[in-house]
Design a binder for this molecule. Sequence first.
Ligand SMILES: C[S@@+](CC[C@H](N)C(=O)[O-])C[C@H]1O[C@@H](n2cnc3c(N)ncnc32)[C@H](O)[C@@H]1O
Length: 310
Amino acid sequence: MRPVSYHTPVLREEVLTWLITSTDGIYVDATLGGGGHAESILQRLNPTGVLVGFDADPDAIQFAATRLSSFGERVTLVHDNFRNISAALAQRGIDHISGIVFDLGVSSYQIDEPSRGFSFRGDDRLDMRMDPAQALDARAVINQYEEAELADIFWQYGEERASRSIARTIVRQRSGTAVETTGELVALIKSVVGERFLIKTLARIFQALRIEVNRELESLQGALGQAVSLLNPGARVVVISYHSLEDRIVKETFKRDAALIRPSGNKLVPDTELVPRLRILTKKPLEATIEESRLNPRSRSAKLRAAEKI
Ligand SMILES: C[S@@+](CC[C@H](N)C(=O)[O-])C[C@H]1O[C@@H](n2cnc3c(N)ncnc32)[C@H](O)[C@@H]1O
């Protein structure tokens, strides 16, 4: 097996600043990845503070288990999708938490590891599953979805203008032989858009496929509501997103939960039974500094939003 590598986590200091309101209690890292954020949270907490880390990818759990082993019983690692967060915590006797961070999307390891099929730079099996135990993979989406469904995915999740012609080309090809690899898919896309806009188109189509395979937007939507319910009063949720569709969900969910309070703190007259349960801390999302963007290209598209339970 190749040595596994993860880069420095994006916006590490900012996550700590926004997330940690007390140095004990139970913190949750919903997206462990290489365990970089988890490790810095544990270092910042008192020895009584504990962390529960989730990842859908068993490789991430294995890597984080080694990295965090010196923290002993202060760490619990859960191989599960964060959309199951309430149930997974309840099974462990946890119904309230002191803070939760989501650092969304894929890790540098997942992108760099050819066997995972996330990257358009190699010629690997079309996979893109964060959890290899899941049945649906990118090969099934490309070879089994109706043409209109494919076009909708490319348009909605990739905002790709050539969505219809790319879908048509894929369907024409697969009526002869199945599209098996990332390289074959790249060649089909290239035959539609040519060389000039190829990289940007590939990025959009691969993003769209990844979102569909992993049901990323539904998972995020479901998990955010659960996360807010789990927070103690005064505890915080911090989310780093990497594209506008994710960021919109975070922004809208926070806004809805804070709906009856103006940013100034003035209460509006409630017109429903709902009471606000969240105070938005970042009116505008935080972005990486120029220095961080230079050192860590992945941080260029990162947006951090934070909110506090009332
Ligand atoms: C950007 S990486 C996290 C990096 C991490 N913060 C660090 O410091 O190394 C995102 C991780 O979240 C995981 N992930 C994404 N969506 C998930 C979901 N719905 N449930 C559980 N894990 C998920 C991915 O498998 C990946 O390992």
